[in-house]
Design a protein around this ligand. Structure first.
Ligand code: PMV
Length: 330
C-alpha cells in the first residue's frame, strides 16, 4: 500500500516549496452534507466508505491568513492566540508538517464566520481555507481537484469546502486516495434556503472522527449504511435534476436521521441530541403537517439545519426567530 507521502508527492512534485510569498490569505465556505460522510475505509488518508453530497454555505466559512514566523508556530482563532497544547493547534501543525520544510514556522490567523466545533463544519472550512492559503503562499498553482485531495487529509469533509454550490465527494476506491475528491455539480437552485438553528455552541462531546469509527466498529446498523447512501444519492441527484424540493428535503432528512440511528446503536451509544434538538425536530414535523415544505438535516452536534424555499422565508423565520438564513447561491 502507498504511504501518505507518496500521494502528497504525486500532487506536489515539481511544485515549488522553497520559494514563497511573504503572506497569503484565502477564504473557504463551510458546507452542510445532504448525504452524509460517515465512516472511513482508511483512517490516515481520511478515505470514506461512501460518497457524499453537500451544499456550500456561500459567505459562511473561514478566512485564513498566513505568514512566515521565525522560531515557532503561532495560531490565532477569531483574534485570540491559542495555546500550543490546544488540540486544534496540534492538529493544524501536524497538517502543516506534511508540506513544509524542517524549521519552517507560520503565524496563522483564522477567522470563522460560523460557530467553531458545534457540528457546524468549521473544521471543514478551516482546512480548506488553509490549503487554499498554502497554495497561494507557495505558488503551487493547484487545481480544485488537487486542493480537494489535500484538504481531505486535514478533515474528510474539508474536501467539499473548496468549491461553492452543490458538491459531490467521490469515495473512490484507490488505496492512495487519488480518486477520492470532491467536485462541484453543474447545477444551481436559487430558491433553496438553509436555516441554521443554533441550539448549542458548546464543543461537541465526542469528535466526529471518533464517533464514526466507534459506529463502524460496533453498530450493527452501520451494515445498512452504504446501501442507504447509494439509494439516497440516486434520489437526491433526481431531485436536483427535476428541482423537486420535497424529494430533496425528504432524502436529506432521512439520510441524517439514519446516520444518527447508526450512532445510537453503537456501543457506548452516541447521541448528539439535546432536549432542544428533539423539540425542534417535533416543531418541524408539526409545521410540515400544517403544510409547510420544511425539512432538516443534522451533523455531529446538537444544532439543526432547516431546508426550505425562499418564498417561505418570512413564515419560517417567525417560527424560528433565532435562525440564521443562508442563501447558498446569492
Ligand atoms: O470531516 P469530519 O471528520 O469533521 O466529519 C464530518 C462528518 C459529518 O459532519 C457528520 C457528516 C458530513 O458529511 O459532513
Amino acid at each position: 500500500m502507498l504511504k501518505r507521502s507518496d500521494a502528497w508527492s504525486r500532487i506536489l512534485s515539481g511544485r515549488p516549496t522553497d520559494k514563497h510569498f511573504v503572506e497569503a490569505e484565502a477564504f473557504a465556505c463551510a458546507n452542510i452534507a445532504l448525504i452524509k460522510y460517515w465512516g472511513k475505509r482508511d483512517q490516515e488518508l481520511n478515505l470514506p466508505k461512501t460518497s457524499s453530497l453537500s451544499i456550500s454555505l456561500n459567505t459562511l466559512g473561514t478566512r485564513t491568513r498566513l505568514k512566515k514566523s521565525f522560531d515557532r508556530d503561532s495560531i490565532y482563532l477569531n483574534g485570540k492566540a491559542l495555546s500550543e497544547a490546544d488540540g486544534f493547534v496540534q492538529r493544524l501543525c501536524r497538517f502543516l508538517d506534511l508540506f513544509r520544510s524542517r524549521g519552517e514556522y507560520f503565524e496563522i490567523h483564522t477567522q470563522n464566520t460560523i460557530p467553531t466545533a458545534a457540528g457546524l463544519a468549521s473544521s471543514a472550512s478551516g482546512f480548506a481555507a488553509l490549503i487554499k492559503a498554502l497554495n497561494r503562499f507557495y505558488g503551487w498553482k493547484l487545481n480544485t481537484k488537487e486542493m480537494s485531495i489535500l484538504a481531505r487529509m486535514g478533515s474528510g469533509s474539508a474536501c467539499r469546502s473548496i468549491e461553492p454550490g452543490f458538491v459531490l465527494w467521490h469515495a473512490g476506491d484507490r488505496s492512495d486516495g487519488m480518486d477520492s475528491y470532491a467536485e462541484r455539480l453543474d447545477t444551481t437552485w436559487p430558491e433553496l434556503r438553509i436555516g441554521i438553528v443554533l441550539l448549542s455552541t458548546e464543543k461537541k462531546s465526542i469528535s466526529s472522527r471518533r464517533a464514526m469509527q466507534r459506529t463502524v466498529d460496533t453498530s450493527i446498523l452501520y451494515r445498512a449504511w452504504p446501501q442507504k447512501v447509494d439509494q439516497d444519492l440516486l434520489q437526491i441527484k433526481k431531485a436536483l435534476l427535476q428541482k423537486n424540493f420535497s424529494l430533496l428535503g425528504k432524502t436529506a432528512e432521512s439520510n441524517a436521521l439514519s446516520m444518527h440511528a447508526t450512532g445510537l446503536a453503537a456501543w457506548p451509544p452516541l447521541c448528539y441530541w439535546q432536549p432542544s434538538t428533539l423539540q425542534t425536530i417535533h416543531q418541524i414535523w408539526s409545521l410540515r403537517q400544517q403544510g409547510f415544505e420544511l425539512f432538516f438535516t443534522m451533523d455531529a452536534g446538537a444544532n439543526v439545519k432547516l431546508l426550505f424555499k425562499a418564498r417561505d422565508k418570512k413564515d419560517i423565520e417567525t417560527h424560528f426567530p433565532n435562525m440564521q438564513t443562508v442563501d447558498p447561491f446569492a
